[in-house]
Design a binder for this molecule. Structure first.
Ligand SMILES: CC(C)(COP(=O)(O)OP(=O)(O)OC[C@H]1O[C@@H](n2cnc3c(N)ncnc32)[C@H](O)[C@@H]1OP(=O)(O)O)[C@@H](O)C(=O)NCCC(=O)NCCS
Length: 131
């Protein structure tokens, strides 16, 4: 199924209200600011997944946020692919560090992609990528 999914850079305006509603139910929000760089996964024209690299004004570091894949599409590697895209973009733009807070269930994706875990609680893991 993932071979039919299109991955691309998108803007906040490409994130439909319907998609946001689904995400908000799982406490995922979306920032409408120029420093928020979004990537989306599409099944035909339908947005099915997002990730966002929010870069600081200095452009050297930032955070990964707004990671969300619609329930019926999960477990197919879509988030793994979106994460790769966001990391590739950050590297191309000379970002030196990206941090993120994530659920323990998503840690493995980031460790495989080169992140280091620097703090952990029962419910949240704190990870960072140094480029
Ligand atoms: C976390 C999330 C983005 C993963 O999306 P996905 O496209 O299913 O992820 P992938 O298929 O690339 O799998 C990545 C990892 O997610 C986990 N995963 C896979 N299927 C899952 C599912 N149905 N539910 C939860 N986690 C799942 C696995 O640990 C997998 O790691 P692995 O490759 O070591 O097995 C998605 O489950 C989601 O939107 N969850 C709700 C919002 C959320 O938790 N956002 C992240 C905040 S930290």
């Amino acid at each position: 199924m993932i071979e039919n999914i299109i991955f691309k850079k998108i803007g906040f305006e490409d994130i439909s209200e319907e998609f946001q509603k689904h995400a908000e139910k799982e406490r995922i929000s979306f920032l409408n600011k120029p420093e928020a760089h979004y990537f989306g996964a599409f099944d035909c024209e339908k947005l099915i997944g997002t990730i966002c690299a929010v870069l600081n004004k200095n452009g050297k570091n930032g955070k990964l946020k707004s990671s969300y894949v619609l329930k019926e599409y999960r477990g197919n590697g879509i988030y793994t692919e979106l994460n790769k895209m966001a990391l590739g973009y950050a590297k191309e733009h000379n970002v030196k560090q990206l941090t993120l807070n994530c659920l323990p269930s998503s840690v493995s994706v980031h460790i495989k992609a080169g992140a280091v875990e620097w703090k952990k609680s029962k419910t949240i893991a704190y990870l960072k990528y140094d480029f």
